[in-house]
Design a protein around this ligand. Structure first.
Ligand code: XIL
Length: 327
């Protein structure tokens, strides 16, 4: 009898998985047996729920929200304000660019409508996703259509509107490369300035798109402690452990055993560390369930297969699973 992830970790934090409209059927058993929460991988993003100015489409998102309720799973909302998967109409007016006031009006309406629709069902939301620039020379905020349309205070407005739209939901700022010393400092600066201005931010989402080589545990530790020093809650929101450095061109048809072992060691050290910080973490979510359905099998290298999750193509537990589950 194999152990269960959610039973192993229920003393520490809820364990979640990103799901989509297919995987809630094809991977149902694994989701229900091993996880205590879910995040829609795409189905609540602006592209899906708000494809045109006067058109909302909650069909796919609702299927996932219903699945969460039927199976007693926590539901994280993902995501409201982002530079990706957000239709162009948000940033256009007639033939030209949108004005600041119209962009703010659209932002507010979007947040009120989407959060309003899922009020009482989503316990937390990634309100702003990936707003911070990666490189050292750049300013804190990356180039993004919301920044161009509204200006630097767009992040503040997003959180204010989100609190008004659903006062009970926990509001997260979510980003990747979150353990990089340069970027983590910028994320810290951004969230600190929000808090100093009285903006309602409840937590920082560390995406956790990591690989078998990096970031080293010490870097993760430093980032966790830096963010925690702001007094906010933390979540790992999109954990997967790639077999490759980011855009490594190496490709394998079948995953080498050696890499599966390295991956198991990585998962083990990461979960050990997260357990140490159990009081800070309000949740740990994996970005998928089994290796037959992962966004990394095409990103960032087209056609490169990857095996970043805890269950294999046949939905059997991998070494990585055994390394973190207590029997
Ligand atoms: C990814 C999804 O997994 C893919 O299916 C989609 O094509 C692109 O987006 N950071 C995020 C997630 O916040 O929303 C992204 O999800 C992965 C990176």
């Amino acid at each position: 009898m194999v152990g269960s992830l959610c039973k192993t970790y229920k003393e520490y934090f809820p364990i979640g998985a990103a799901v989509n409209s297919f995987s809630i059927n094809t991977h149902k058993e694994l989701i229900v047996n091993h996880f205590s929460g879910i995040t829609p991988e795409n189905q609540m993003k602006p592209q899906f729920v708000h494809p045109a100015e006067h058109l909302y489409d909650f069909e796919q998102g609702d299927i996932i929200a219903d699945f969460a309720e039927e199976n007693n799973l926590l539901l994280r909302g993902h995501t409201l304000i982002w530079h990706n998967q957000t239709p162009d109409w948000f940033f256009k007016d007639g033939g030209g660019p949108v004005s600041r006031s119209l962009a703010l009006k659209r932002m507010k309406e979007h947040i009120y409508t989407v959060m309003g629709h899922y009020r009482g069902r989503t316990y937390a939301w990634d309100v702003v996703n990936e707003a911070v620039a990666d490189n050292a020379e750049a300013p804190v905020l990356r180039q993004a259509p919301w920044l161009a349309a509204i200006g630097e205070d767009y992040v503040e407005y997003a959180f204010r509107y989100a609190r008004e739209a659903d006062p009970a939901a926990k509001l997260y700022y979510n980003d990747y490369n979150e353990c990089d010393p340069v970027k983590s400092r910028k994320i810290y600066d951004l969230v600190k300035s929000l808090i100093d201005h009285g903006i309602p931010v409840d937590g920082i989402g560390m995406q956790g798109h990591w690989n078998i080589y990096a970031p080293e545990p010490d870097k993760i530790r430093r980032a966790v402690e830096l963010y925690a020093s702001l007094g906010v809650s933390l979540q790992i929101t999109e954990l997967d452990i790639s077999m490759f450095r980011f855009d490594d061109r190496t490709a394998y048809e079948k995953v080498p055993d050696k890499l599966l072992e390295l991956q198991a060691e990585r998962y083990e050290e990461i979960f050990k560390l997260l357990r140490e910080y159990r009081d800070l973490f309000a949740g740990v979510t994996l970005w998928g369930i089994a290796d037959d359905d992962t966004w990394l099998s095409d990103f960032p290298v087209k056609g490169r297969r990857n095996w970043p999750l805890l269950f294999d193509d046949e939905h059997k537990p991998k070494k990585a699973f055994d390394s973190i589950v207590v029997f």
